[in-house]
Design a protein around this ligand. Structure first.
Ligand code: IPM
Ligand code: MG
Length: 401
């Protein structure tokens, strides 16, 4: 049996294919077979604007299936606040079972004020962390790309806003997120403690991914830590430095997180891949999203040994829910990322991404991306315009690799 790493699949994913003599034709045939196998996609729309943006993304995937002859099988499950309402649990056992058996998972967003008073252990966010943990999702890839038609939205000065393409690789399964959270009595009132840490192995596996990613890009990794204060950051820096020796083509630099925040605003084009821990990655990727003009634009992939999960990085935006004002683009680009990274469907992903850019360039804008001289539309209308744009074209620019 030959073991083939399909181009376009993330470093964490490999495919086992039938024997062949390794010719180009064999590889092409093997790729075609994997493309036509039905893909089981679990949908977790969640709360707030989650269901609205999920509808828009599923429509795009159905367009894609029709146009390219792909077979996507969707199954929807409760997750987050709506699951608490329905079952008392943010991550019901049935939902987790379906996720484990999926080829990929699409998540909208979870949480909202309705569940703020729920004890920490049962909050929607705790369900999200439990899902990440249960699926072993330790890599979180968050691309920050400034879309050319949206340059004017960036709070950056024009000279700083050009050529910004950053891949954040955020560690997703460790840090204070997964330590003990304790509240106890104290003479002054109460004392709250959160613990967290990293092992060598946890740092190595995510750093390997970041180095591999950089090798396919500009070959630069900026590792962000707080090693002037934190023990876990010292282990982080030592481990990443050691691994760099195996990646001679990658230029590694280290930044303290406070400096990284400043550099991202002052000179973001210097960055290629930014590797960082769970908490720092959560904070810096919101900053990165602001540079792109709106957090509604940014997709993400979380992966580990099993199925990957794709979600926009924004939250459930409860104040926007039900008003048809949400931006579905982060969700739609997450679906495109799923096609490329989990299914090796590069051509399909580019078809979607380029259509999104053309809709923006034509002046059709969601409320968070509107500029003078453009036309403001709601989530549903944006989906309609995108649908029309998609049907208009099948891009043959990027053939499957
Ligand atoms: C994110 C979110 C989550 C996180 C919350 C909802 C737990 O902010 O995915 O960035 O902190 O990881
Ligand atoms: Mg966040």
């Amino acid at each position: 049996m030959i073991r083939t790493i399909l181009s376009g699949l993330g470093p964490a994913q490999t495919c086992f294919l039938r024997p062949g003599n390794g010719t180009e034709k064999d590889f092409a045939a093997a790729r075609d077979i994997t493309m036509t196998i039905p893909k089981k996609i679990v949908l977790l729309p969640g709360d707030g604007i989650g269901p609205e943006i999920m509808r828009a993304a599923v429509r795009v995937l159905k367009d894609c299936a029709a146009k390219f002859g792909r077979d996507f099988r969707f199954a929807e499950f409760p997750f987050g606040g709506c699951a608490i309402d329905a079952t008392g649990e943010p991550l019901p056992a049935e939902t987790l079972k379906a996720c484990r058996a999926a080829d990929a998972i699409l998540l909208g967003a979870i949480g909202g004020p309705k569940w703020d008073a729920v004890p920490l252990a049962k909050r929607p966010e705790t369900g999200l962390l439990a899902l990440r943990k249960a699926l072993g999702l330790y890599i979180n890839l968050r691309p920050i790309d400034l879309h050319a038609p949206l340059r004017g939205l960036s709070p950056l000065r024009a000279d700083r806003a050009s050529d910004v393409h950053i891949d954040f690789v955020r560690e997703l399964a460790g840090d204070v997120y997964f330590g003990e959270h304790r509240l106890e009595a104290d003479p002054s009132g109460e004392r709250a403690t959160d613990t967290g840490g990293y092992t060598t192995g946890e740092i190595e596996r995510v750093a390997q991914y970041a180095f591999a990613r950089a090798e396919t890009r500009k070959g630069r990794v900026a590792s962000v830590d707080k090693s002037n204060v934190l023990a876990m950051s010292q282990l982080w820096r030592k481990t990443v430095t050691r691994l760099a020796a195996d990646h001679s083509k990658v230029k590694l630099e280290h930044l303290y997180v406070d400096n990284a925040a400043m550099q991202l605003v002052l000179a973001p084009a210097q960055f290629d891949v930014i590797l960082t821990s769970n908490m720092f990655g959560d904070i810096l990727t919101d900053l990165g999203a602001a540079l792109a003009g709106s957090i509604g634009l940014i997709p993400s992939m979380s992966c580990g040994p099993g199925p990957s999960l794709y979600e926009p990085i924004h939250g459930s935006a409860p104040t926007l829910a039900g008003k048809d004002v949400a931006n579905p683009v982060g969700m739609i680009l997450s679906a495109a990322m799923m096609l490329r990274e989990s299914f090796g469907m590069k051509r399909e992903a580019e078809w979607i991404e380029s259509a999104v850019d053309r809709v923006f360039a034509s002046g059709i804008r969601t409320p968070d991306t509107v500029e003078p001289g453009t036309t403001k539309v709601g989530c549903i209308e944006f989906g309609e315009r995108l649908h029309a744009e998609l049907l208009e074209t099948v891009s043959h620019r990027g053939q499957d690799a």
